[in-house]
Design a protein around this ligand. Structure first.
Ligand code: SAM
Length: 276
C-alpha cells in the first residue's frame, strides 16, 4: 500500500503561525521534501525536530518528483514544505501533487499560512469572487498581453510581485486598468514591517518615486465595473407588449412581462400602450 503525501504550510514571516498539526505532521512523516533544506532545517531546529530531507524545487522537480513518488509508492510518507506559505501555490508543489494524483497516491493538505488568502482577506476589496494570477510573466510583452486579457475581469485579482518589478507592473496596471482602479498593496504580511496600503493604481505608481518598494508584496486589484445595463428601448418594449398580447396575455400581464425584460416600469409601459 502506498504512503501519503502531506502538504505542510510554513509561516510567511511569523513563527507564531506554526500550528500543532503542522509540527505533528512533519514529526510523523518518514521524510521531508523541502524547497530549500537550509531554510527548513531552521524551522526544524525551532521545533526541536530532526528529519531526513530531500530537495524539491523549481530546478530539480522533474527528477526529484518521480523519485519522491517512488518512495511514496513503496509505502513511505512525505511532508512537502516550501520556504514560506502553502505548498503548491505558485511553486512546483503543484507538479508533485499532480504526479501523486496520477498514481492514486493519497495527498492530504494541512491548512495554514498563505500570502494570497492573507492579503485578500485584509484588502478591503470584494472577496466573494476573485482570481489568483500568481506571478505575471517577466517579459514585458507577455506581461502586457496577459494583463490585456484581464481588462474586463470583474472579479478581484490577486498578484504576487517582487519589489524590484513593482513599479513596472504598476505602470502596466495604469495602462490596462486605468489609474483610478482601487488596489491594496499588502507588504511583509505577518512580519515586523507589515503594511497594507489601500489606494488607487495611479497613486501607488506615484508613491514609488518617493518610497522605493521593499519586501514581499501581494497586490490585490479591484475588478472592472459591471458593464452598464442595456439602454432601455421603449419602442422595442411596446412591440414586445403587442406580441405578448397576440399570444393571449392581458395588457396588464404583457406590460409586466415586457417591462421586466426591457428594464422599464410596467406602469410606464401601460401608459405608453394607452398612448398617454
Ligand atoms: N506558496 C506561497 C504562499 O502560500 O503564499 C507563495 C510562494 S511564492 C514563491 C512567494 C511570493 O508570495 C512572494 O514573492 C510574495 O509575492 C508572496 N509572499 C510570500 N510571503 C509574503 C509576505 N509575508 N507578505 C507579502 N507577500 C508574501
Amino acid at each position: 500500500m502506498s504512503g501519503k503525501l502531506y502538504l505542510v504550510p510554513t509561516p510567511i514571516g511569523n513563527l507564531g503561525d506554526i500550528s500543532r498539526r503542522m509540527a505533528d505532521t512533519m514529526a510523523g512523516a518518514d521524510f521531508l521534501a523541502a524547497e530549500d533544506t537550509r531554510v527548513t532545517v531552521k524551522l526544524l531546529n525551532h521545533l526541536g525536530l530532526k528529519k531526513p530531507m530531500v530537495s524539491y524545487h523549481r530546478h530539480n522537480c522533474s527528477t526529484a518528483g518521480p523519485a519522491i513518488v517512488d518512495r511514496l509508492l513503496a509505502g513511505e510518507s512525505c511532508a512537502l514544505v516550501t520556504d514560506a506559505g502553502t505548498p503548491a501555490i505558485s511553486d512546483p508543489g503543484e507538479d508533485l501533487v499532480a504526479l501523486c494524483a496520477q498514481q492514486d497516491i493519497p495527498v492530504e493538505a494541512v491548512p495554514g499560512p498563505c500570502a494570497l488568502i492573507c492579503a485578500l482577506s485584509v484588502s478591503g476589496l470584494p472577496t466573494a469572487r476573485f482570481t489568483f494570477e500568481g506571478f505575471l510573466p517577466q517579459n514585458k510583452k507577455n506581461r502586457r498581453s496577459h494583463l490585456d486579457s484581464l481588462k474586463g475581469e470583474q472579479r478581484t485579482m490577486v498578484f504576487y510581485e517582487a519589489p524590484h518589478k513593482l513599479e513596472d507592473t504598476l505602470e502596466d496596471f495604469v495602462a490596462v486598468f486605468g489609474g483610478e482602479r482601487r488596489i491594496a498593496l499588502c507588504r511583509e504580511l505577518t512580519k515586523l514591517h507589515e503594511e497594507v496600503v489601500r489606494t488607487t493604481v495611479g497613486q501607488a505608481l506615484a508613491d514609488c518615486a518617493t518610497r522605493p518598494p521593499r519586501g514581499e508584496y501581494v497586490l490585490v486589484v479591484e475588478g472592472a465595473p459591471e458593464a452598464p445595463a442595456q439602454e432601455a428601448d421603449p419602442q422595442a418594449a411596446l412591440e414586445r407588449v403587442a406580441q405578448l398580447r397576440g399570444e393571449g396575455l392581458s395588457l396588464k400581464e404583457a406590460c409586466a412581462k415586457a417591462g421586466e425584460e426591457f428594464g422599464i416600469k410596467k406602469r410606464q409601459l401601460y401608459d405608453m400602450s394607452l398612448g398617454k
